[in-house]
Design a protein around this ligand. Structure first.
Ligand SMILES: Cc1ncc(COP(=O)(O)O)c(C=O)c1O
Length: 405
């Protein structure tokens, strides 16, 4: 598969927005879905649908096999050691809540410390806040510098003998900073502290090898990986899958239920309570195929070319202030224009068919630190081209004219 005709693989690009071609620059929010993924959802409902892991009839077996095939694909895609380390969730937020809840219940007590960073999405802060509120845990923040970087020493500085877990993003959803994850995991390992990586923005853009990374937990958002909505994945090392208590209770996650005692299922099953997303899991196999066909390294290269081109274009515009200047940045350009609210920028761009996001991007801690309440964000996916960036840049110029700045 080649990048030059990739839009043709995504039915959404057939339409026009306000009479203009769709320029989709909001993939960090949610990516568009290739036809193969969309088709697999209807194919599954038309041919194989049944609830999984319960009945013994033919359809139930077919559906369960398809469902479990995706688990195997994810396992090999991220190079996990064991298929039981792959837990399906309803998103990255759900995956992080699972860890905060289950790890917190067993291992966090009053005064224990959780180390996160100022770059975190609310999904990697609020779940830990519950442990602060309910158990008296302490949350510490590794600081981000002016460029949007976080140095390993920032982590070193905050680690104490009370640090029970370190949780940080792989790639910032505001500055696009690629965090030196391996170095931080190595530091944490040297102190025997478990690590959770919020891989929501990392997984769609980077080669993933969780064994090499040696992290304890890695949260993935399937809807940002050209996959169906309402689906996420938690990679958890087998040790934790075995040791952590379940997150939610219900059908499917038990071994035996008596009036006075309940025992739980083994492995990942313990964490997959109730009817799971079924067509979504099955269709996610097509997303992995799509990414593998293109090649994640080629995706990285393609997106970084478009990103460099975009940064160069935006830097030429004196009114545009790009947020952060990290040495290693992936696919994301957030910016402000003095005198124009980001929501107004996004609305004017929409008139040109350009879809970006505006707001605090669920990162209020970072926006507070920057002294702003909101920013505009253009984020790049496999389907974006230099032409898209040219239209973005022209449209930004139009904003200046509209607001006469
Ligand atoms: C860095 C980061 N973490 C977590 C999330 C939440 O992911 P999900 O929508 O899968 O719950 C997002 C979504 O934007 C994100 O960008």
């Amino acid at each position: 598969m080649e990048f030059n005709n990739i839009k043709s693989k995504f039915p959404i690009f057939k339409q026009r927005i306000k009479g203009k071609p769709l320029i989709y620059l909001d993939s960090a929010n949610s990516s568009q879905k290739p036809k193969t993924v969309i088709d697999e959802i209807s194919r599954f409902y038309e041919n194989d649908f049944s609830n999984v892991g319960r009945s013994v009839h033919t359809l139930a077996v077919k559906a369960t096999n398809k469902f479990e095939e995706t688990r195997d694909m994810v396992k090999s895609y991220i190079n996990a050691k064991n298929r039981e380390e792959i837990i399906f969730t309803k998103g990255a937020t759900d995956a992080i809540n699972l860890v905060a809840h289950s790890f917190g219940e067993k291992f966090i007590n009053a005064g224990d410390e959780i180390l996160i960073t100022e770059l975190e999405h609310h999904s990697n802060y609020v779940p830990w806040h519950y442990l602060r509120k309910n158990k008296g845990a302490v949350i510490k923040f590794a600081s981000v510098d002016e460029d949007g970087e976080i140095d390993v020493n920032e982590f070193k500085k905050h680690i104490t003998n009370k640090t029970k877990i370190i949780a940080f993003t792989h790639i910032s959803n505001v500055t696009g900073t690629v965090i030196p994850v391996k170095k931080i995991v190595d530091l944490a390992k040297s102190k025997k502290i478990p690590v959770l990586i919020d891989g929501t923005q990392g997984a769609p853009h980077s080669v993933l090898d969780v064994q090499d990374l040696d992290c304890d937990f890695y949260a993935i958002s399937c809807h940002k990986m050209y996959g169906p909505n309402g689906l996420g994945i938690l990679y958890a090392k087998k040790k934790w899958v075995d040791e952590l208590p379940p997150y939610q209770g219900g059908g499917g996650m038990i071994s035996e239920v008596k009036k006075n005692e309940i025992t739980y299922a083994d492995a990942h099953t313990k964490f997959e309570a109730g009817t799971m997303q079924t067509a979504e899991v099955v269709a996610f196999a097509e997303s992995i195929k799509f990414i593998k066909d293109l090649g994640i390294k080629k995706i990285e290269e393609h997106e970084s070319k478009i990103l460099e081109y975009g940064l160069e274009k935006l830097r030429k515009n004196n009114s545009v202030n790009i947020i952060g200047n990290p040495k290693n940045r992936a696919s994301i350009m957030s910016f402000t224009i003095k005198g124009i609210h980001p929501h107004d920028i996004a609305t004017i761009l929409d008139d040109d068919g350009v879809a970006i996001r505006a707001g605090h991007h669920c990162c209020q801690i970072l926006h507070d630190k920057l002294g702003i309440t909101a920013s505009a964000r253009a984020s790049i996916g496999v389907y974006n081209t230099k032409d898209d960036i040219d239209i973005l840049a022209e449209s930004i110029n139009k904003c200046k004219k509209v607001f006469e700045i």
